[in-house]
Write a protein that binds this ligand. Sequence first.
Ligand code: ZN
Length: 366
Amino acid sequence: MESYSGRMALLGLLQASGAGNTHCADCGVPDPEWASYKLGVFICLNCSGIHRNLSEISRVKSLRLDFWEHDLVEFMKKHGNLCAKAIYEAEVPPFYYVPQSKDCLVLREQWIRAKYERKEFVATSISHEACTSGSREGFLWKRGRDSKQFLPRQFILSASDGVLKYYTKESKSPKAVISIKDLNAMFQTEKIQNPHGLQITYNEGGRTRNLFVYHESGKEIVDWFNAIRAARFHYLRTAFPTAPVSELVPKITRSYFKEGYMEKTGPTHKEIFKKRWFSLDSQERNLIYFKDPLAAFETGRVIIGSKEHGYEVRASLPRGVKGKRWKAGFTIVTPKREFVLTCENDREQKEWMEALNEIISQPMTA
Ligand code: ZN
């Protein structure tokens, strides 16, 4: 009879060997301390919590705390993360958003369900056709621009027409026809205060327009997100036919690099400081600000160029300029104007400056 610690050592060895077990099979964090002995994968604590709800297809044990029977150790030895990946991730479409540990729960849960429960990515599967085409129709709860209430709206996405449209109940003509060229989507569960909250952005008359939507079903909202990604991927491949897929994938959708409240003054630095919600779009090199986190339209933006073009962040306010309530601040120096911003505390100031400096240090691309 092998000892408990003997089994532990064996599982440790399994993880050390080249079977891909050094990182969580589902979210990629290092040193997974749990395993599914039904699927034969090594996973992290967070993902084990999701597997626990899928008892039909997965059973989990702690590598450290639970007893491992001889057969189970043998099973883990034969399987492992690389082996499972070859089966369950055989055909993940290039546009499909594969979440990481920092992503919201609905994305991580639906990824795990899509892989093992619905088997959407096993070879010869046809079940992911629904979102691969980049076309989709259905109702989403949309936050009203003025009423701020969530109401059901019909959305129609068509990759072939290159548009996303939505309709109110009453009208026959669409409320908005959004070009897929300018479309972006990101999960924003905290900001929208809904575990399935999705922010859709596009360009309307040179300004960022936000739509905030959700669906009661986690599967539905993640399918919508991936359908939008499929449509965007289709557009990018048509627009940049010679670009390699690896260059297009990061451009499909993007999340904001950093978001939060700051206070800003006007061009003469004598205007009263106003509290605004800021979203830093690192890919588009824009610091966009809004009256509040769920505003329908942007109020303004600062283009973040590069060091070579004279952009700089200074950890101080210009001489004689004082914040209204918030004292920690910084100045964004651009060739045309200095933008003065104040933050709630020193930590926020540091984080904003680091984020902005990261963009400024990157050269501009055509
Ligand atoms: Zn994980």
